[in-house]
Structure formats: C-alpha cells, structure tokens
Design a binder for this molecule. Structure first.
Ligand code: GAP
Length: 502
C-alpha cells in the first residue's frame, strides 16, 4: 500500500470514527480484533444498504421470497455442506515471537502457484515495500481462491511457506525467526448447546447464511406456492474465526451477508447465472459505485470450487487493493444433493408440466453488507472546495453517498435562533420525520459550519429557513454535490426531497 493509499484509508477510518459511522468493538476495554460496532450514522447506512437490497431483490420481484433462519443449526448441516472438513485456512506460527499468520497473507514467495506477473513486478522493482504488496496481492488473488475453494493437498503444499520455492522456511515479518509449515485451521466458531460441555453438545455459529436456505428449501416450496425458477433471499450475521482479520471492516470475524439461492432446472442454469452475474454488478453501479474502481471478474476454470460450474466476483478497488464485494456462483445441484444424502429427506422437485423429477440447480449471489458499506464509504469520500459565507472557497470533506443510502436525507436549519425561524424549521423537520424520512434539526453555530457537518455525514439536502421565509413561506434547499441553492415553498420541501431519494 503506497503512502497516499494508506493516508486515504486513515482519513476514511478517522472520519468514520469522528462522525459516528464505525467504532472499534468494546473499545473501552482495548477493543477485540475482528469485531466492529456501527454508530448512529453507520447503522443508518448499513440499514439502508439492507433495505435497498431487500426492496430490489425480494419485494420488487415475484420470483423471490425471504427467510430468516437461526444462526445456530444442527451440526449435521455443516457436515453436509463440507464446512466441518474443508472450511480451513492455512495457519503458520512464528517459532520466535509466537505470532500467528494466515500463510497467504505474509510475505511469502509462493512462486510455484502464485500470480507470477504480480510477483515479478514487485521483485524486479527491487523495492521491499512494493514487493510485499505484490506478493500479498498475488497470494490474495489466484492462490488464495484456490486454497479457499479446493482445499486439497496440492493447494496446501503451495502453502508450505517456503521462500522462493527452495525449501527454506519463511521468516516472520515481525521478528525474522523461522515460521512453521502451514497447517489447516477450521474457521468455524464452536460453542456448546445446553448445559453439557462435551462433544455431543458442540454446535457452530454459521459461517454463511446460505445453509439455512438450503435446509429450509422444502419448507418454503411446500408453504409458499413458489414454482421453479425462484429464489430464497436472506440477510443475516455470519461468523468466521479469521486468522488475521484486517483492512478495517473488510475482513472481520462477525459480519453480515446478503445471500440469494436461486433454484432452477439444470438446462436454465447458465442463463440464470449470467443474469444474476450482470444484475448484481448493475445493482452496485445503480447505487453509486460508478467509477472504474468497480469490476466484474470471471473466475478461471482452475479457481472454481469442485461443485461450482462457474463463478464471478464483483470486485472493488479499495485503498488497500482490489478485493471481492460479492461472489456469484453456479453451485449446480451440489448443496441440495448433499443435504438429501445427509438428512435422508427428499430434496427433489416435481415439474407438473414436463412430468420430470429432479434436484434443482442453484445460482448463488452472495454479498457482504459490511464490505458493501466500506465500498460505499470509500467511493463517497471526497475532498473538494466549497464557498464559505463570504463566498471564499474553502476545502471541505464531503461524503457523496447515493441519496438512497445516505444516513440522513434532509437537514433543516433556522438561519438564526429567533424571529420565528426555529418554529418554521421545526415544522418542516416534524413533517419529514413524520413521513418516514430520516432528518436532522440543527440550530447551533454558524450556518456554514452546519453545512460542513452535514457534508461529512453525507446528507444530500439541507433546507434553511431565513428572513425571506417569514415573508413568503419559502426556504432555500442546498444540494450537497452541486452546492446549488434553490427556493421552494416550505410545505413542498419534504415531498421534493422524497421524490429525489427514491
Ligand atoms: N455462501 C457463499 C459464501 O459465503 P463467500 O465468498 O465465503 O461465499 C460471501 O462469502 C461474501 O461474504 C463475500 O463476498 C464477502 O462480501 C462476505 N464475507 C465473507 N467473509 C467475510 C469476512 N470475514 N468479513 C466480512 N465480509 C465477509
């Protein structure tokens, strides 16, 4: 990460803390690595992401229904899904300082399998910082995906952390002592259900919401009258005991997922896969990720999990590098077949028209709420200039969120705290909140300062009641991005804003 990228990330993190978007979890006790809390603005942003997703993916479609399944499920679910055996990351220990690393995240030249072009660029530049970044990027791209999805011995061999493939052990980036060879570490959090803490009571916190959908597929089919092709959508918390949570809220140990399992006949799977791949990409574009930082990347054949016929990632160029926001996969009939095998329940579907009985194929768009929030925060963060009350340009920081995602939609100010201005401003504020618009009333300090505070919160519109308002009942409405101010009748402000945030 170059210095400017690091600085940019630091500014976004600082603003998020200062303005109440994101706090470190249990900060008063020194925090806990991999867990984050969302403050008043952050929770609104996150809720808006989930609401917009639910609206666009579930409510507006007649081929989708929702589900809210339990976080803790019968442990057999995770045997059937393969998580008990293969949901592993490669772990290495330092023989000196005892630090633990995920093998693919340390400066390890995994030349045999890594992305050699990336590595070569770093090594040739003869610049340790650059080489480190490239090696991490290389490991994060191809090799990491292979490890994650295949988990087979060949891939594990790659993670025998040897520098340059010459068999020498890698060294600890912290103390330079030797690292151990990689071993498998299962990322599911374990707990006990009931009073007995023995092996018969072991259960897991779900590492994905998807299995709750598969386990309920028959229930939904039997109760909702849905016929193929159709999808089941779920938003909820997932937990992964990541070895190295990092990059702020990008990789944490507790996070939220927005997942769809879309069931169809095998013959339509390719078409639905392409449909969902494009539709999910477009969803992010429509919500403001319009820059070239957003990409859609099809997986190479050798990156695919053994059960996946095709897979694509929606990726975003964060300040710390290009990383996955969402994956869209054709999971074939793998999951339902496995649950049929492990549960003994019939997972087949009978098509009344073709008289065919079969196990449906599944297309899965699976995204992270926190990663989406981080991408929206990064994309929104803008430094520009805005005139102060004397018309002189001054630097400002503004969060240019899409209006649908902005935590506060409308801020209302009386220019001064007298002459009836607060009363009219309060009336507009009450009308806004009464109609379900998230609004903010502020009468403290210079109006220029109040605008700046709302710019940092990402509020798209500010309405100001001034002297003229008391004569003709109009107010000024300022646009966050263009800084244009127009006058509107006071009783039209709320409907005008509501129109623009849809
Ligand atoms: N059911 C498929 C599945 O869970 P995944 O690629 O492991 O696939 C899907 O996860 C999405 O969940 C990712 O694209 C990412 O947005 C989010 N996600 C996964 N692990 C995460 C973590 N440790 N922290 C934050 N988000 C995570």
């Amino acid at each position: 990460m170059s210095e400017t990228h690091e600085q940019l990330m630091e500014k976004i993190v600082a603003l998020s803390k200062r303005r109440g978007f994101i706090f470190q979890s249990s900060e008063i006790y020194g925090g806990i690595n991999g867990f984050w809390d969302y403050g008043p603005l952050g929770v609104e942003l996150k809720r808006n992401i989930k609401d917009v997703w639910w609206h666009d993916m579930v409510r507006r479609r007649n081929d989708m229904v929702g589900l809210d399944s339990a976080i803790i499920m019968n442990p057999k679910v995770w045997e059937a899904s393969g998580h008990v055996v293969s949901f592993n990351d490669p772990l290495v220990d330092c023989t000196g300082c005892r630090a633990r690393y995920r093998a693919d995240q340390i400066f390890t030249v995994v030349a045999a399998e890594a992305d050699n072009e990336l590595l070569a660029a770093g090594v040739e530049a003869n610049d340790e910082q650059h080489a480190r970044e490239q090696a991490t990027a290389a490991a994060n791209s191809k090799t990491r995906r292979r490890i994650k999805q295949r988990g087979d011995d060949l891939s594990w061999a790659v993670f025998r952390a040897d520098q340059g493939g010459d068999g020498r052990p890698a060294l600890c980036p912290n103390c330079n002592a030797e690292l151990t060879a990689a071993r498998k570490f299962n990322m599911m959090f374990k707990t006990f259900v009931g009073a007995m803490e023995d092996s018969s009571a072991v259960a897991y916190l779900r590492p994905e919401t998807a299995q709750g959908i598969f386990a309920n597929y028959k229930n939904v089919l039997d109760t909702s009258r849905m016929r193929l092709p159709f999808g089941i959508a779920q938003i909820g918390k997932s937990f992964r005991n990541e070895i190295n949570p990092r990059n702020y809220i990008f990789r944490s140990r507790e996070f939220e997922q927005m997942e769809i399992e879309f069931f169809c006949h095998a013959s339509g799977a390719d078409q639905w896969y392409r449909y969902w791949r494009d539709a999910r990409f477009q969803w992010y574009v429509d919500l403001g990720l319009t820059s070239s930082k957003l990409r859609l990347r099809d997986h190479d054949q050798d990156e695919l999990a053994h059960y996946a016929a095709s897979c694509a990632d929606v990726e975003y160029e964060f300040p710390f590098g290009v990383s996955e926001l969402e994956g869209v996969a054709n999971r074939t009939d793998y999951d339902l077949s496995r649950h049929q095998e492990f549960s003994g329940r019939d997972m087949s579907y009978y098509d009344d028209q073709t008289k065919e009985r079969f196990i449906p194929y599944v297309i899965e768009p699976s995204g992270g709420v926190d990663r989406a929030a981080l991408a929206f925060l990064c994309e929104a963060y803008t430094e520009d200039q805005a005139p102060d009350e004397h018309g002189n340009p001054q630097p400002r920081t503004v969060m240019k969120f899409h209006p649908r995602l902005a935590p506060i939609k409308l801020a209302v100010f009386p220019l001064v705290k007298r002459e009836g201005m607060p009363e009219l401003a309060q009336r507009i504020y009450d009308e806004a909140t009464g109609s379900g618009l998230s609004a903010f009333y502020d009468e403290k300090g210079a109006v220029g300062r109040r605008y700046r505070r709302q710019d940092e919160a990402g509020t798209p519109f500010c309405a100001t009641v001034d002297g003229q308002s008391l004569e003709d009942n109009t107010v000024t409405v300022r646009d966050r991005d263009t800084l244009e101010q127009i006058r509107l009748p006071a009783d039209e402000v709320v409907s005008w804003v509501a129109e623009r945030i849809r």
